[in-house]
Design a binder for this molecule. Structure first.
Ligand code: FMN
Length: 555
């Protein structure tokens, strides 16, 4: 994977020393690397904008070649023109784009998260918050075409969604008991120029904002909420990340940035938001009522059907003088929304298995992305020789860390690339015996998406597809010969290659010195010596296909 992300990635306030601490500086950094497509022709935000970028995920373009889009000439279905451009795919169209936002190479993202969660840096109050250069309150929020209708909010799934939705959100709420703020990425659909329908997952392990809502409702009070859009990428990335309850995301974002994040108090509610966000929508949620919300195309790949969710009355919209509206592309995977979760969740699982459960052999955790959307199917890669009991601890640990992740968990050995489902099937086919290596555990809550069916209780499927005994080598030319041939391929200017493991043969434990000697002689042109040796070992007391080792002791 090309990875040109360096500590010099940013061009914002911390240029040269860390990630961009400004969304527009991030766009500039993307553009400088050829990772931004500017679209200047008119694009209808209701019917064309998301479908155009969808082709990037549905059109066979390799992940590394995905780019962010900046729409500079946005209109709507009624022909209205917007003076605010829309950015889509700028946060996480690919791990490379996400890494640029983090100011770190892709390979360091996991460790960066773990360090930031362990050592947060509290935010500081900004003297001049950029997100409040323009403040809209009162009647201006309610006039036709005013308030939320001034924002170029795209429709994500035209043909199914009931409204334009804010998607790249940071929804800030405060615990009324301990005062600690939470920031989560929750969808918010437009209902009126001054009203949104916000959806916070209401199950065990669900949204932090929902836990706050329960407390305000218990007190009979409305819940203040602020939705920040276009915060610096490191700040946004904390929204979809699953952090422990009562963790202040702004402090974790500070640690990701390596410096305190600038915050500011909202204009109309008692909440603090990232001061350098592009746009902030402030308001209150009446906790005594719920309003039908959705349909909306969900990240699990199905359309979320209408459900009662939280109505938010907007009390202010504040923004920069020249803001960019930031959106995220979700729905069927692969998508921007699953990249943003994958790079953050996988290190969390790895740390759980290695550090909490102390399973030494774990090499990688890979969440399956295309169509299935990360959560249901997870692969755990283990070092060869990991004891079987440890493989099973890893399987159970992966399936139980989160209620909504790991309905199907498959363990593979380290020579199997878990991102390559063909390789995983290969491992299932040759390295697992269903009667011995498959366990079904009952009583699991439904994975997200399955509740659109008849709602039966779920269960968990665990499979040990690791290599359990010595096997003959993989039947491809050994690495040195494949590499030599590749040089010739390139010299002949044949079409460019994308090597996909396995592309060379390697030993899997069952190989003798005799056979190694034969192979070396063969590539040296001395195959006749092998024939002389085997002629001397010919015998008449065996039947065809009798393994030599059954009757001879081989070195
Ligand atoms: C694009 C996107 C949209 C999301 N929409 C929602 C949503 O509508 N409601 C929700 O509860 N979680 C949603 N999530 C998942 C949450 O952001 C995620 O579970 C996060 O950890 C929540 O943070 P919290 O634990 O602080 O609530 C979404 C994630 C992404 C990336």
């Amino acid at each position: 994977m090309p990875d040109d992300t360096t500590r010099e990635a940013g061009t914002g306030p911390m240029a040269g020393s860390g990630p961009p601490l400004d969304f527009q500086a991030h766009l500039a950094a993307l553009e400088a690397r050829g990772l931004l497509v500017r679209v200047t022709r008119a694009i209808n935000k209701d019917t064309e904008l998301q479908p155009l970028v969808r082709w990037q995920f549905a059109g066979g373009i390799p992940e590394d070649e995905r780019r962010a889009f900046l729409f500079e000439n946005v209109i709507d279905a009624k022909g209205r023109r917007y003076d605010i451009p829309v950015a889509l795919g700028a946060l996480a169209a690919s791990p490379r784009i996400y890494a640029l936002g983090m100011g770190r190479p892709v390979a360091e993202i996991g460790d960066t998260w773990m360090r930031a969660i362990a050592r947060p840096i509290p935010p500081v109050t900004a003297a001049e918050p950029l997100c409040q250069q323009v403040v809209i309150t009162g009647a201006a929020l309610r006039e036709p075409g005013g308030g939320l209708a001034r924002l170029p909010v795209p429709i994500s799934t035209p043909g199914f969604d009931a409204a334009p939705y804010l998607t790249a959100t940071l929804c800030v709420t405060r615990d009324p008991e301990n005062g600690i703020q939470n920031m989560g990425t929750y969808r918010a659909g437009l209902k009126a120029t001054d009203r949104l329908g916000v959806r916070m997952v209401a199950r065990a392990g669900g949204a932090g904002g929902y836990l706050h809502w329960l407390k305000y409702r218990e007190r009979g009070q409305p819940m203040p909420i602020a939705i920040a859009l276009g915060a610096p990428p490191v700040v946004f990335f904390t929204g979809p990340q699953k952090l422990a309850v009562d963790t202040d995301e702004l402090a974790v974002a500070g640690a990701l940035a390596g410096a305190p994040i600038r915050k500011t108090r909202c204009v109309t509610v008692d909440l603090e938001v990232p001061a350098d966000a592009e746009i902030v929508v402030e308001g209150v949620i009446d906790t005594s009522v719920l309003e039908p919300e959705a349909p909306f195309g969900e990240s699990n790949g199905y359309v979320a059907l209408e459900a009662f969710n939280m109505p938010m009355r907007v009390t202010a919209i504040t923004h920069r003088r020249n803001p960019v509206f930031s959106a995220i592309i979700s729905q069927v995977t692969p998508s921007e929304s699953c990249v943003v979760k994958k790079v953050a969740y996988e290190p969390m699982f790895l740390a759980h298995l290695r550090e909490n459960l102390q399973i030494r052999g774990v090499r990688r955790v890979a969440m399956h992305e295309p169509l299935s959307n990360l959560r249901p199917v997870i692969f755990v890669q283990l070092a060869r020789g990991t004891p079987r009991t440890e493989v099973w601890r890893a399987l159970h640990g992966t399936a139980t860390l989160r209620a909504d992740c790991g309905k199907i968990v498959i363990a593979v050995s380290e020579d199997i690339d878990p991102e390559n489902t063909d390789a995983v099937f290969w491992s299932l086919a040759y390295r697992s015996t269903p009667a011995e290596d498959v366990v079904i555990v009952p009583y699991r809550r439904g994975v997200q998406g399955s509740h659109y069916g008849p709602g039966r209780a779920e269960s968990t499927l665990l499979v040990d597809a690791t290599q359990k005994h010595a096997m003959a080598p993989l039947a491809l030319p050994a690495r040195e010969y494949m590499e030599g041939a590749r040089a010739i391929w390139e010299e002949l200017e044949l079409p460019p290659l994308t090597a996909r493991a396995p592309w060379h043969g390697y030993a899997l434990g069952d190989w003798t010195n005799t056979w190694e000697r034969f192979a070396r002689r063969a590539v040296a042109g001395d195959w006749e010596s092998n024939g002389i040796e085997t002629a001397a070992r010919a015998r008449g007391d065996v039947t065809p296909e009798t393994p030599v080792r059954r009757v001879e002791k081989l070195e």
